[in-house]
Write a protein that binds this ligand. Structure first.
Ligand code: APR
Length: 250
């Protein structure tokens, strides 16, 4: 339902079907660095989330079986942090690129800041903070009540099963990866923003980019080895995206 609404929005406001067909396809893979300027912690930078928490305590199926209350609390805090955050200039610049390109975002982020900024085609590889899922056999997905962000033990789906975060934990399958691969294969321009590319299968997407497709990488950190066909924009997301616009001549 939400996806079809997004497409209607896209065709009506940003470009007609014909215009979209004539546009180049811009595919953008984003990670935690995309939301860093919105005040949302990254995972592996100094001071990042995985310095404060152990992955195996809060983001694995084993953690859920061992201490579900701790896992729920971790994501309750993430949800509160998201609600206190706003899209940054980089999110907005990306949304604005829909005027020029058939833009598709593939994000590892579980926040909804791309959508808040106005991006209409966003694929969430690692789930979404503002959704929860039944632990029952149907694994139905529900929107979180924005007036009550906390999901606790005893919060059940209508069929009586405990709700869990709609997040892809370490050790779980990534259901959207096949879609992400197909999208990546169609890219005329591929941009990577704010990801350490340490988590698979997301990091492997770059291997599916066509050989003649230009690749841009926006990240403020030094990169030890960068293949010659990748252009590094060594800046934060907002500033880096302004540079990207110059490369793309818009
Ligand atoms: N702008 C752009 N990039 C930035 C910024 C910024 N302002 N600040 C930091 N970065 C970069 C860092 O240099 C780093 O390369 O963002 C990257 C963040 O990397 P990670 O913390 O590893 O986050 P990410 O790659 O998104 O993690 C992937 O791992 O823990 C899991 O499921 C979680 O989706 C997440 C996945």
């Amino acid at each position: 339902m939400e996806i079809s609404c997004s497409f209607i929005l896209k065709f009506n406001i940003f470009a007609t079907t014909n215009e979209l067909e004539n546009m180049k396809k811009l595919v953008v893979l984003t990670g935690a660095g995309m939301s860093a300027e919105s005040g949302i912690s990254t995972f592996r930078d100094s001071g990042g989330l995985w310095e404060k928490y152990k992955v195996e305590d809060v983001a694995t199926p084993e953690a859920w079986y061992k201490n579900p209350a701790l896992v729920l609390d971790f994501y309750n805090q993430r949800r509160k942090q998201l609600l206190a955050s706003m899209p940054n200039a980089g999110h907005k610049t990306l949304a604005g690129l829909e005027k020029y390109f058939d833009t598709q975002i593939i994000t590892q982020n579980v926040d909804n800041l791309h959508e808040q900024a106005g991006s209409t085609v966003v694929l969430h590889l690692h789930g979404e903070l503002l959704k929860v899922r039944s632990t029952g056999p149907g694994q139905e997905v529900f929107d979180v009540d924005l007036k009550n962000l906390e999901i606790d033990l005893g919060n059940l789906c209508p069929k009586g099963f405990q709700l869990r975060p709609h997040i892809v934990w370490f050790g779980e399958a990534v259901p959207e990866i096949e879609n992400a691969i197909q999208i990546t294969e169609q890219a005329d321009i591929f941009v990577v923003i704010g990801t350490s590319m340490q988590v698979y299968p997301a990091a492997s997407l770059i291997n599916y980019v066509k050989s003649d497709t230009p690749i841009y990488l926006i990240d403020p950190h030094e990169i030890e080895y960068l293949p010659a066909h990748i252009t590094l924009i060594q800046k934060g997301a907002s500033e880096g995206l302004e540079d990207l616009k110059k490369f793309l001549k818009i």
